[in-house]
Design a protein around this ligand. Structure first.
Ligand SMILES: NC(=O)c1ccc[n+]([C@@H]2O[C@H](COP(=O)([O-])OP(=O)(O)OC[C@H]3O[C@@H](n4cnc5c(N)ncnc54)[C@H](OP(=O)(O)O)[C@@H]3O)[C@@H](O)[C@H]2O)c1
Length: 326
């Protein structure tokens, strides 16, 4: 089969379309003919040699796919040849064929194309895990979502909105309109505003109940200061830096804060299966009636994969970048 391979760890120019062995599904796995995969920041780190595939996973890039069932393993009961699905992978999405455990595969929501479906798994599962499972966001609560126009951010805004919470985002100003369209109540331009001050003002001095953070050290003190009493923060990435030189921890005790971190890729199969099932119960009816949408920024042919990597690394995207596989 054809797949996007890496010559040597490094920049986007190291990516090329080559050939490799087609994966074989195990008893509980499905072989999927991939129609589309989507970019994740993790792909760029893996390309640079900074984020190796977990043991046992394909070393080919690609953490999610949408496509059609080509064949099924001996014990697969839920899927048949020709079914359309999308789902999360430990790796291997940038390829003509990929294998996925049958319990991790999710049907394409009614009325949705495979291109749109490829934009769902990683960001909606990550956002759902962060705000529903970990932070236990409640109706009426304020949630601050950093990088609001990122893939995960656009999913988090919509999910928080559907849970009856009030999303506030930070994003560069050109991306505010999209965030507001998706349901953010307020958008803060973190380049010109102090987000801590804006949050305190927008919440009448109370602070937000939940923060989803991707930035890390540069935001840590302001995040602690912007959280309300009994606030919860979920840290998902360090797009800024992970190391802090100084931090005043007093807000953690005084406000009884909970600071959590998570990476989805490292979770067990059982955890991901349960998360996928729970997301489907909550979100699939909403995708079907249009109250949730897959946010696709752009679609690149997979021959232009290097340009797609340059595009995400330039922070140009609002929502997901799709790679069309052929
Ligand atoms: N822990 C997990 O399980 C998990 C799962 C999925 C993704 N992630 C991580 O979550 C982060 C967001 O992922 P994504 O795919 O949604 O991102 P994305 O679509 O690539 O968007 C990232 C956006 O973050 C904003 N940003 C703010 N500060 C930044 C900074 N210091 N450096 C770079 N970008 C900055 C930029 O938008 P502005 O123009 O608004 O600045 C940028 O476009 C990534 O780091 C990803 O690896 C973690």
């Amino acid at each position: 089969m054809k797949a996007v391979l890496i010559k040597e760890f490094g920049g986007p120019e190291q990516l090329y379309l080559g050939t490799c062995e087609t994966p074989q599904p195990k008893a509980n796995e499905i072989l999927v003919k991939v129609a589309a995969t989507a970019l994740n920041r993790a792909d760029t780190l893996q390309r640079m040699g900074k984020y190796p595939a977990p043991e046992g996973e394909s070393e080919i890039l690609g953490l999610e796919i949408a496509g059609t069932v080509e064949s099924v393993g001996a014990k697969v009961t839920k899927w048949k040849v020709g079914d359309q699905l999308c789902g999360l992978l430990g790796g291997g999405g940038y390829a003509n064929y990929a294998v996925i455990h049958e319990e991790l595969a999710m049907p394409v929501p009614d009325g949705m194309s495979l291109i749109e479906a490829a934009a769902i798994p990683e960001v909606f599962l990550t956002a759902f895990q962060a705000i529903q499972w970990i932070a236990q966001l409640k109706e009426g609560e304020h949630i601050l979502i950093h990088a609001g126009a990122s893939g995960v951010g656009t999913a988090a805004i919509q999910l928080a909105n559907r849970m009856g919470a009030i999303p506030i985002v930070t994003a560069s100003s050109a991306k505010h309109e999209l965030c507001l369209e998706l349901g953010a109540r307020h958008a803060i331009d973190y380049k010109t505003e102090n987000f801590e001050e804006s949050v305190i003002r927008l919440t009448d001095g109370k602070g937000v109940n939940v923060i989803v953070d991707f930035i890390g050290a540069p935001y840590m003190q302001q995040n602690l200061n912007a959280l309300a009493i009994d606030g919860r923060m979920v840290m998902l990435a360090f797009l800024g830096t992970p190391k802090l030189e100084a931090l005043n921890l007093i807000p953690i005790l005084r406000k009884r804060l909970q600071i959590n971190g998570s990476t989805l890729r490292a979770r067990s199969l059982d955890y991901k299966v349960e998360l996928s099932q729970d997301l489907m119960r909550f979100a699939w009816p909403l995708f079907t009636d249009g109250r949730l949408k897959a946010v696709v920024d752009s679609v690149f042919d997979w021959e232009d994969v290097a340009d797609a990597h340059r595009y995400i690394e330039a922070n140009k995207n609002k929502g997901k970048i799709i790679l069309k596989v052929s």
